[in-house]
Design a protein around this ligand. Structure first.
Ligand code: ADP
Ligand code: ZN
Length: 211
């Protein structure tokens, strides 16, 4: 199954993507994580992406489409994948269609802006492996230490309050039109993000046909 997870920054789409990935044994492909990795490693892509990411803007379509294309050509994507954070614009969705990638379902995780502004301040991400946490909703077992790899968990640079507002604006302007795009194809399903992660997870699994 090929899935797309759509949602505003901080809506919890990464967490839900991880849940589905485990339930269906298909890889989670997070363009945000791949870009952060590229920035950390100082690759050519990374250097070009950094300024846009730090300001809360989108990285240019050609860079992201290039990265995505390489990733889904890998062997582990043969039985399906979950796109977490891609596409984020109509041209990116059109690029997927042009690549001949068939999408089975698009899940939108919906959380109102007000809730997002509160939530993002508690978000932490592992410096080493990219795993994400939340001080209140998804805490690490030991404060500041990644459960998965023992790396340090830190606040993302683009999770500063002003940058979050910018990212929300970008989402509404550039990414949200994808809802109509996929609705027209009969693929869009909305899951309303709940206060408890476990409750959202239950809805997500139901939407993809598990349980
Ligand atoms: P969030 O969904 O919480 O905003 P992500 O980790 O998905 O965070 O993305 C972080 C940043 O990486 C985005 O603000 C953007 O600058 C860049 N990015 C990620 N995916 C894309 C994409 N498909 N197109 C353009 N930029 C992207
Ligand atoms: Zn880690």
């Amino acid at each position: 199954m090929n899935l797309i997870l759509l949602g505003a920054p901080g809506a919890g789409k990464g967490t839900q993507a991880e849940v589905i990935s485990q339930a269906l044994s298909i890889p989670q492909i997070s363009t945000g994580n791949m870009l952060r990795e590229a920035v950390k490693n100082g690759t050519e892509y990374g250097m070009k992406a950094k300024a846009a990411m730090d300001s809360g803007a989108l990285v240019s379509d050609d860079i992201v489409i290039g990265i995505l294309k390489e990733r889904i050509a890998q062997d582990d994507c043969k039985n399906g994948f979950i796109l977490d954070g891609f596409p984020r614009s109509v041209p990116q969705a059109e690029a997927l269609d042009e690549m001949g990638v068939k999408i089975d379902k698009v899940l939108e995780i919906f959380v109102p802006d007000e809730t997002i502004k509160e939530r993002v301040s508690g978000r932490r991400v592992c410096e080493d492996c990219g795993a994400s946490y939340h001080v209140q909703f998804k805490p690490t077992k030991t404060e500041g230490v990644c459960d998965k790899c023992g790396g340090a968990t830190v606040i993302r640079k683009d999770d500063q309050p002003e940058t979050v507002l910018e990212r929300l604006a970008t989402y509404h302007k550039t990414t949200e039109p994808l809802k109509a795009y996929y609705e027209k194809q009969g693929k869009l399903e909305t899951v309303v993000g709940q206060e408890e992660v476990a409750d959202t997870t239950a809805l997500t699994l139901k939407a993809v046909g598990v349980k």
